[in-house]
Design a protein around this ligand. Structure first.
Ligand code: NAD
Length: 503
């Protein structure tokens, strides 16, 4: 495994290559600055040093990208699925070949630790392979004969789509949306998060080098309220696949309403992990720590509420506190680092505001609870105990390395607390009682639930949330249901009587 010094040396080379000049848009296979000539600057969360000047696009740039996607659509949609499959596999090959480069840049751009990001780029390649293999059958349908008709169904790609992504694991999340869209035969305009634009640029370069025709994947950088809004309002864009905050999701629905956009929203969470006294507590402890402190807690599926059965709470929380205090906070490019800096000073301020809120609400800060002095957006991994379900620290998505502990006395109470927020993305249940496992998961309001496991993604399964955590599902065939339209054609099989009017 490379040491911090090796990673830093390599990063300097990469920054000289990828961030020395402005990060431009990529439209119809061409590099383009924003039409206005404007840029914005990004800074590394590690030490606040400038990374890049980035094209600050507006409606004019989005319009050019949407037109390019519309122009490229007919040929791409008509391409034989097997050819699309082969091309998407070539993109996956190229991502694998450049996985280290992607991971290094992403660590610097986002503050996420190398130990997780080095795998995230490979997961991006996996996303391309998984959907590549499904491309040849994406248009398949059914034969549904009736007495007088041969009814056949098939699927056709919906058209040019917009993909809007957040900053927490930007490369992986972009591939998660873009790969199925391309496999389905859609063309794409991608608007990545303004805090972390570097690897989105790399993705479009990789894709075009691998042979993706110009205009099939277009990149428009910019601010959400400018480029993002313009994309959601553009009449040529048939659907918006969005990953981000719940508040932004509802804005996007409103912005897309006049043009009747189909929307797929993967939003926030305040996910519970419920630990019953009969669970394998050593494994439960490992999973509880992993699912909130990995990826700096900037993870939509993080288990940010620990619901712990009161009979074991004292002992479990004591062990948990020890582990949280020992978490290794450090430079994201250090392979030993477990928690890196948060994405941006504004986000760090938001996370830290919950330390004050926790005190005001009467909770106990059992570990952490402070920003770390010095350069960079570092905060101490934090454990909040003595919380009640109605407190803000138990209701609101903090999106940082902060875990709120709530004890419970009965299964009924645990389910009530778990379901008692506006969110419903994931839930985790730890018990050795199989029957209880079934009973509890049946009643939990969440799109995805794991029993005696941390979150382990399996690509054919449906990914998505309920309530304020989202609308729609990704994964397997579910992704194609979003990026494609079902179409029915009925062929008369004989000369059935047609009602004769005015005869
Ligand atoms: P965000 O909603 O602030 O921004 C996400 C993207 O939307 C960015 O590209 C931004 O520029 C753009 N945007 C902002 N306002 C817009 C508007 N009015 N119209 C169009 N685009 C707009 O989210 P974030 O802070 O970047 O990401 C963190 C959030 O993402 C958390 O809430 C997290 O839970 C969520 N998330 C969810 C999932 C999931 O799968 N459910 C995965 C990762 C992150």
């Amino acid at each position: 495994m490379p040491a911090l010094e090796d990673n830093l040396a390599r990063l300097q080379e990469l920054l000289a290559r990828h961030a020395a000049g402005p990060v431009l848009n990529r439209i119809a296979g061409e590099d383009r600055p924003a039409a206005s000539g404007r840029t914005f600057r990004t800074e590394s969360p590690v030490d606040g040093s400038p990374i890049a000047e980035v094209a600050r696009s507006g409606a004019e740039d989005v319009d050019a990208a949407a037109r390019a996607a519309r122009a490229a659509f007919p040929e791409w949609a008509a391409m034989d699925g097997a050819r699309r499959r082969d091309l998407l596999h070539r993109i996956a090959d190229a991502i694998e070949a450049r996985a280290e480069e992607i991971a290094l840049l992403e660590c610097w751009d986002t503050g996420q630790a190398w130990r997780f990001m080095s795998k995230a780029a490979l997961r991006g390649a996996e996303n391309f392979r998984f959907f590549a293999d499904r491309a040849p059958s994406a248009r398949d349908g059914l034969a549904l004969p009736s007495p007088t008709l041969m009814n056949i169904t098939g699927r056709v790609p919906i058209g040019p789509v917009g993909v809007i992504t957040p900053w927490n694991t930007p490369f992986m999340l972009s591939t998660w949306k873009i790969a199925p869209a391309l496999a389905a035969g859609c063309t794409v305009v991608h608007k990545p998060a303004e805090f972390s634009p570097i690897t989105a640029r790399l993705l479009v370069e990789i894709a075009e080098e691998a042979g993706l025709p110009p205009g099939v994947l277009n990149l428009v950088n910019g601010i959400g309220e400018e480029a993002g809004v313009a994309l959601t309002e553009h009449p040529d864009i048939r659907a918006i696949a969005f990953v981000g905050e719940s508040r932004t999701g509802s804005q996007i629905m409103a912005q897309g309403a006049p043009t009747l956009k189909r929307v797929h929203l993967e939003l926030g969470g305040k996910n519970p992990v419920i630990v019953f006294a009969d669970a394998d507590l050593d494994r439960a402890l490992d999973a509880v720590v992993f699912m909130i402190y990995s990826l700096n807690g900037e993870r939509c599926t993080s288990s940010s509420r620990l619901l712990i059965e009161r009979t074991i709470a004292e002992d479990f929380v004591a062990r948990l506190t020890e582990r949280v205090r020992r978490l290794k906070v450090g430079h994201p490019l250090d392979p030993a680092t477990e928690v890196g800096p948060l994405i941006h000073p504004v986000h760090r301020e938001k996370v830290c505001s919950y330390f004050r809120i926790a005190r005001e609400e009467g909770a106990t800060i059992a570990a952490g609870g402070r920003a770390i002095e010095g350069p960079g957006c570092y905060v101490e991994p934090t454990l909040l105990t003595g919380a009640r379900p109605e407190m803000r620290i138990a209701q609101e998505e903090i999106f940082g390395p902060v875990l709120t502990v709530i004890p419970f006395d009965s299964e009924e109470e645990a389910i009530g607390i778990a379901n008692g927020t506006r969110y419903g993305l994931t839930a985790y249940v730890w018990t050795s009682d199989l029957t209880r496992g079934f009973r509890v998961t049946d009643r939990l309001e969440a799109g995805m639930i794991w029993v005696n496991s941390e979150n382990v993604r399996h690509l054919p399964t449906p990914f998505g949330g309920v309530k304020a955590s989202g609308i729609g599902r990704d994964g397997g065939d579910y992704s194609f249901d979003f990026y494609m339209e079902h179409k029915h054609v009925g062929f008369a099989t004989g000369r059935h009587p047609i009602p004769r009017l005015g005869a």
